[in-house]
Design a protein around this ligand. Sequence first.
Ligand SMILES: NC(=O)c1ccc[n+]([C@@H]2O[C@H](COP(=O)([O-])OP(=O)(O)OC[C@H]3O[C@@H](n4cnc5c(N)ncnc54)[C@H](OP(=O)(O)O)[C@@H]3O)[C@@H](O)[C@H]2O)c1
Length: 283
Amino acid sequence: MKTVKLNNGLEMPILGLGVYQIPDPHECERVVADALSIGYRLIDTASAYRNEEAVGKAIAKSGIARDELFITTKLFLNNATYEKTKQSFADSLKKLQLEYLDLYLIHQPYGDVYGAWRAMQELYRDGKIKAIGVSNFGTDRVMDFIEFFEIPPAVDQVETHPFHQQIETLKFLKENGVQLESWGPLAEGKHGIFTNGVLMKIGNKYQKSVAQVILRWLIQRDIVVIPKSTRKDRLAENYDVFDFELTEDDLNLIAELDTKTSIWGDHRDPEKVKMLYGYAKKM
Ligand SMILES: NC(=O)c1ccc[n+]([C@@H]2O[C@H](COP(=O)([O-])OP(=O)(O)OC[C@H]3O[C@@H](n4cnc5c(N)ncnc54)[C@H](OP(=O)(O)O)[C@@H]3O)[C@@H](O)[C@H]2O)c1
């Protein structure tokens, strides 16, 4: 598996599995087991996905050496304080049945993210986390962390796909040594992405599916991808993206699909902030 080198020297697989919206524990465990059997080694979960236990079970049963795996989870906003971060991290680790985490992310730029980051820096220094990062942070928030803290974020996980290409964000993050990791690489299947004419035409040239074209396009931009699928055939398909190369012409055609619009909404929108706090209260 091709890897990227994070700003602290840690190697991270460029492709992995995301397990958002697989709440059923049996299904989640089966999906992770299928992915690991195909060759996936990066798994992206979050405390808010409520499936860390299932991920942990699949990992434990796989028998794969710990140092071959790259496991990410995320701190939800209801736990974004210094003290709660330590507790939430310990809970996640226990559910995942792990001694350490490869990557721990602040899920959203809300709450006491400064207290949270101080706790994460300590856990990192104690060797409990190999790399620490953020998610859904705008470039201003990332620069604040870079300037304010001793340890800069290694990763910013943000929505990135053909309809929301994050050209400026990618440029900024690259210039500042922060790895962009795409969430929703397949735009969650929205806006007819799998039947998009441009992507289908490019796929036909290489005998590849639209999903494979998109993942290849992201990887060629040095972006880490974590597509989610519950189907084993699609897990295999999404993994099979290293035997072809998109040309400059292909890249130019895909560039025209950018609408710079999120499928979820703006993390700076107060209604979205309120909605996420409401979700946290029900947890
Ligand atoms: N940090 C954040 O705030 C945040 C937000 C969202 C997601 N994420 C992370 O990013 C990961 C990926 O994003 P996502 O799950 O939202 O969406 P996604 O990976 O863009 O899309 C998943 C959808 O595409 C379908 N799909 C997958 N492979 C396919 C293929 N080869 N052909 C056709 N359809 C295919 C899946 O259906 P089937 O399952 O039926 O195959 C599912 O409906 C998540 O799982 C999560 O780990 C993070």
